[in-house]
Ligand binder design. Structure first.
Ligand code: SAH
Length: 447
């Protein structure tokens, strides 16, 4: 039942389109009725299973806002920037070292200046011409203007967790607002970065999706979030102030693409940014690929492409429900690629790269946290093999009292224990920055 594929599913868009173009209206109407009938049958199944556990089944509904719908009556999906939006000016971080050298040549400067500028940006985190004493004084401002156009302007900075978490709200050149969150843990510093202005994936529980997608962020806009965070750390912005040795002592070590946007819908720029993160300094930031996590709603062709890149980054799939019945409503892109197809792609990522993948699962009270769903998830993961995956449940960042509330502690424990008992490594993710609107897109939405 839960493993329906696209071809078996009468409500899948392909099947629906097919029937509309080839059959008379009467037949199409009958097909619609059958689809609706099947839909309510499936719902009854899910409600029955919840009842057997002495639980209820809450359905995902948008609260306080209206979910944008496509002409086919399904939640709208946007894979492209809105028409007529422009991209930010080209920045040094968009360019490879040879491209930087070529640009400087155009400006009538020797190639070695490219390296000097790169050191200022990627190693000293500065774009202030005053500090660039190794560059000819009379050309500094011009160079900075040409190579370092302002990409991110700080609008708001919120600190919490005793100074170990900082949330930034940035304004981009066109007024778009994006967020990043800096989190210090023992032995690592993680930055959660945004990859798009808004998001076109329209997941009803996520604040970012509500306004849709404005545009893709450029590679340099993605990277500048890291460089700015490194500067803040160097200036003593995290608790405990500056560690001995200045900026080299502590910097961002881990990146998660779990801020605003769907990274795999902005594939090319995200990959340029990833390359620049792992390129040795001063071409890039010299970070470890293993410490970079790309998280996706499940764009299957892009996941398969990522697997072929030959870069050992970490992959995470936002599954949130193992059954298509619920996932169709929770993750609108499930109308394109079903839960099983997304899990297959995650498994393929593991097979191709040898890197264990993560499954993200936001635990939402009475919606996706039933014991039978934990069992089904374990069954589906184990059916593909052992040792290839771990599950990362995270309590939903809630709006208390709405249908979107995080699971009760005992239900959370039960869910996790069932997975562990089935042999699936499972760890509850902590929720940093809850009291500063830490959830995806909440800060930008409030502005
Ligand atoms: N678009 C990508 C990455 C951005 S969101 C993706 O979907 O994976 C990063 C993670 O935060 C995803 O797993 C997303 O489902 C989750 N998320 C979004 N809103 C949330 C909320 N209110 N509470 C908990 N997790 C949330």
């Amino acid at each position: 039942m839960e493993t329906m594929t696209t071809s078996e599913n009468p409500t899948a868009p392909d099947a629906a389109e097919h029937s509309r173009s080839r059959t008379s209206e009467a037949v199409a109407a009958r097909a619609d009725r059958t689809a609706k009938h099947d839909e309510s049958d499936k719902r009854r199944m899910s409600e029955r299973r919840a009842e057997q556990e002495g639980r209820t089944q809450v359905r995902p509904t948008a609260e306080g806002w209206t979910q944008a719908m496509a002409p086919d009556g399904r939640p709208k999906l946007e894979f492209k920037s809105k028409p007529r939006v422009s991209q930010p000016p080209v920045h040094l971080a968009d360019l490879s070292l040879p491209e930087r050298q070529a640009k400087l040549k155009e400006l009538g400067l020797p190639a070695f200046r490219a390296k000097q500028l790169s050191v200022h940006y990627f190693q000293h985190y500065t774009t202030d011409p005053e500090t660039m004493s190794d560059l000819p004084k009379e050309r500094r401002s011009e160079l900075v203007e040409a190579m370092f156009p302002t990409l991110l302007t700080e609008v708001k900075r919120l600190t919490t967790d005793n100074g170990d978490t900082i949330k930034f709200l940035w304004r981009l050149f066109d007024g778009s607002l994006v967020e990043s969150v800096l989190m210090r843990y023992p032995g690592r510093v993680t930055l959660c970065v945004s990859s798009q202005c808004g998001c076109g994936m329209n997941c009803p529980f996520c604040a970012t999706g509500q306004a849709g997608l404005t545009r893709n962020m450029s590679a340099a806009e993605i990277l500048d979030q890291i460089v700015q965070a490194n500067r803040v750390i160097a200036e003593g912005g995290l608790k405990g102030g500056r560690r001995d040795g200045g900026h080299d002592a502590e910097r961002v070590t881990n990146i998660v693409f779990m801020g605003m946007g769907e990274p795999l819908a902005n594939y090319k720029r995200v990959m340029t940014a990833v390359h620049r993160m792992i390129d040795d300094a001063p071409e890039g930031l010299g970070m470890s690929a293993r410490n970079i996590t790309v998280s996706t709603v499940g764009l299957v062709p892009a996941i398969n492409k990522l697997a072929e890149e030959n870069i050992p980054i970490t992959f995470a799939l936002s599954l949130h429900a193992p059954d298509d019945e619920l996932r169709d409503e929770l993750i609108p892109v499930n109308s394109r690629w079903k839960a099983d197809e997304a899990i297959d792609a995650a498994y393929n990522y593991y097979r191709t790269t040898g890197r264990r993948v993560s499954i993200e699962y936001a635990l939402i009270k009475d919606m996706n946290d039933h014991a039978w769903r934990a069992d089904l998830l374990a069954k589906k993961l184990n059916a593909r093999g052992r040792g290839w995956v771990h599950v990362n449940p995270i309590p939903l960042n809630p709006t208390p009292g709405s249908v979107w509330t995080s699971s009760e502690p005992d239900v959370t424990d039960e869910f996790i224990n069932r997975l562990i008992d089935a042999g699936i490594p499972t760890t509850l993710r902590d929720t940093r920055g809850k009291e500063i609107d830490g959830a995806c897109g909440q800060l930008a939405a409030a502005e």
